[in-house]
Design a protein around this ligand. Sequence first.
Ligand SMILES: NC(=O)c1ccc[n+]([C@@H]2O[C@H](COP(=O)([O-])OP(=O)(O)OC[C@H]3O[C@@H](n4cnc5c(N)ncnc54)[C@H](O)[C@@H]3O)[C@@H](O)[C@H]2O)c1
Ligand SMILES: [Zn+2]
Length: 357
Amino acid sequence: MAKELFAGQRKNKYRIVVSKEALSKKNLVPLLKEHNKVLIITDDGVPSKIVKKVTDICKRSGKVSKIILDRGEKAKSLKNFQKILNFLANNNFDRADLIIAVGGGVVGDISGYVASSYLRGIQFIQIPTTLLAQVDSSVGGKTAINIAAGKNLIGAFYNPKAVIVDTSVLDTLPNREFKAGLAEVIKYALIQDKSLFSLLKKYSQKILSMDPKIIEEIIFSSIQTKAKIVTKDEKENGIRAILNFGHTFGHAIEAQSKYKKILHGEAVAKGMKIASRISYLENLITAKEHQEIIELLQEFEFDLSLSQYKYRELKPYIFRDKKIKKGKLNLILLNQISDAIVTNSFEIKNLQKGLQD
Ligand SMILES: NC(=O)c1ccc[n+]([C@@H]2O[C@H](COP(=O)([O-])OP(=O)(O)OC[C@H]3O[C@@H](n4cnc5c(N)ncnc54)[C@H](O)[C@@H]3O)[C@@H](O)[C@H]2O)c1
Ligand SMILES: [Zn+2]
């Protein structure tokens, strides 16, 4: 059974449909009605079967073009941004036309940013095909590209017209990518969703073996939490910060690894271990809760070792994070399991200790 939910406020509200067969004529065709031309943006790592399915459905409604980027983070470049804009202009796309992003967070981020800026905004649909994109990047309206000075430094808040989350597309996803995406699912459980936490604990083995029913359930719960938070705080002025739980440290670990050896989710799992430990050292969560969190992360087979990361080396990245406000570092900690808080009152010695293995 397809499940649906909504995110976004008023006229920027959009429907998110989640199911094993969400990518269907029934869900896509009504969204194409008022558009003449469609541009599908994807990358060469997305299975062609998925792209073909989208193309075939769109073809019935009008003219379809396709841009296939080279896979990888490097695709979120100014060069590709320009290339896509030129394509749109050269093919006379106007505001009544549509962009469809078919892929992971990389494709979704650059497609969304192109959509936000071409003719000051044309509509776009997200069809996320990685677990990370399904539970995180496709919902919330953050779009971005990278420049030499840093990741995601250029972007816009721009909501999609709709998000179609077809969980069956995950069948082809490499196991490592799938597991990395699970880190974000655990994040939602830890920051807000107690029943998701119980579900993850109870069904960890089924999830790891990709049981479709339970996968659909955890994806839906994750999106529900994300949608609730981003709808309350569309432009990240407040509560939305809790979505960065584990990320200040995760980003530092990623940056220190030069984004090569470690996937985002893998770094975030380590980051959540650090943030949970600081929460314990700050007397916010109990030893038992702390233990429960570590056990859950271990249950999902995350490598939680921190021995290769030294406080001294991570510190510049931690303090350069976007979470600095008025010279103070804001941390997202846990008051208890499924109750995250943002605080700048913590002991630096606990921050250091949190980073120890
Ligand atoms: N906008 C946001 O709110 C937000 C949130 C989190 C992350 N992000 C961004 O998302 C990006 C990471 O996204 P990602 O983890 O999805 O990586 P990704 O988009 O690079 O996808 C990972 C790899 O999987 C391949 N792939 C995609 N779907 C597949 C499928 N169904 N089967 C097999 N292979 C498939 C891709 O081709 C790619 O090689 C980063 O750039 C990050 O900054 C954005
Ligand atoms: Zn993340």
